[in-house]
Design a protein around this ligand. Structure first.
Ligand SMILES: [Cu+2]
Length: 284
């Protein structure tokens, strides 16, 4: 099943994206939407992988059902049209057929429902979190807090078009990326300071509302170092479109170095040291 899925995905990506798409899948890891994208972004976490598998499985079911119904329809049009049947049939019902067309769709729905529900529970939370990231939505930026690091925190704003540097992604690049370690179970807690936002990173399989007065949980474990992009995907006001999400995934060692730097910046800022603009990597 998995091998087949990868073969179909590889064929599809070759056909749809061409050589540029194939090159896109190479290192360094950069998970962003791209023009004419027809497939999901490559998964970067166990949850995203399972989402892709479920999507593939349900797509196969849908295709089989569509082909079957289409073939039946074509056969009926051909075999039972008025020209071929000058005397109409008087059959009014067929108990076996009626039971079958009730029971079989129920079985198909159960076959979709069970794996869907298992996935809902899987992506709900991690029971053995290595660390926590708190996400607070604001009109119109994100605030990220690391409770395990004494509440170290920073704000993340989109870079406006006129300030965009070469190589930065329009409407996705931010001044301060979320930095997270790879291979760790990261608990994500979300809330909002004003209206409802939604924290959505497609390639990591993360999507949760940020609701004022509530804390909503989910989790992520990032497979590989790289950059992963998302957006607020709950209309949250005039500048809803300017609150992208940018994750920079690094090794545990680099993460610790960065976190120490963040803590130092936070304490100097609280002593009047000015804004907490962090630098990480060549991108920012
Ligand atoms: Cu928002």
């Amino acid at each position: 099943m998995k091998a087949l899925r990868h073969r179909v995905a590889a064929l599809a990506s070759l056909a749809l994206m061409g050589a540029a798409g194939a090159a896109f899948a190479e290192e360094p890891i950069l998970r962003v939407p791209h023009p004419w994208q027809m497939t999901m972004q490559l998964p970067g976490s166990p949850v995203a992988e399972k989402l892709e598998n479920l999507n593939f499985y349900i797509t196969i079911l849908i295709v089989l059902i569509t082909v079957f119904v289409g073939a039946l329809l074509a056969w009926v049009l051909y075999r039972y049209n008025a020209k071929r049947n000058p005397t109409p049939s008087t059959i009014s019902h067929n108990s076996v057929l009626e039971a079958a067309w009730t029971a079989i769709p129920v079985l198909i729905l159960v076959g979709m429902f069970v794996p869907s529900l298992r996935l809902v529970y899987y992506e709900d939370r991690t029971h053995d979190a290595d660390m926590t990231l708190k996400v607070t939505g604001h009109q119109w930026y994100w605030e990220y807090t690391y409770p395990d690091a004494g509440g170290a925190h920073f704000d993340s704003y989109m870079i406006q078009d006129e300030q965009l540097k070469p190589g930065q992604l329009r409407h996705l690049a931010v001044d301060n990326q979320i930095v997270l370690p790879v291979g760790k179970n990261i608990r994500i807690l979300e809330t909002s300071g004003d209206v409802i936002h939604s924290f959505f990173i497609p390639s990591l399989g993360v999507q949760r509302y940020a609701i004022p007065g509530q804390t909503i949980e989910t989790w992520v474990r990032i497979d590989k170092e790289g950059d992963y992009y998302g957006e607020c995907n709950q209309i949250c006001g005039m500048n809803h479109s300017v609150m992208p999400i940018s994750v920079h995934a690094v090794s545990a060692g680099d993460f610790k170095t960065w976190l120490d730097q963040l803590k130092a910046k936070n304490s100097s800022a609280s002593l009047g040291g000015g804004a907490t603009t962090l630098a990480f990597g060549p991108e920012h």
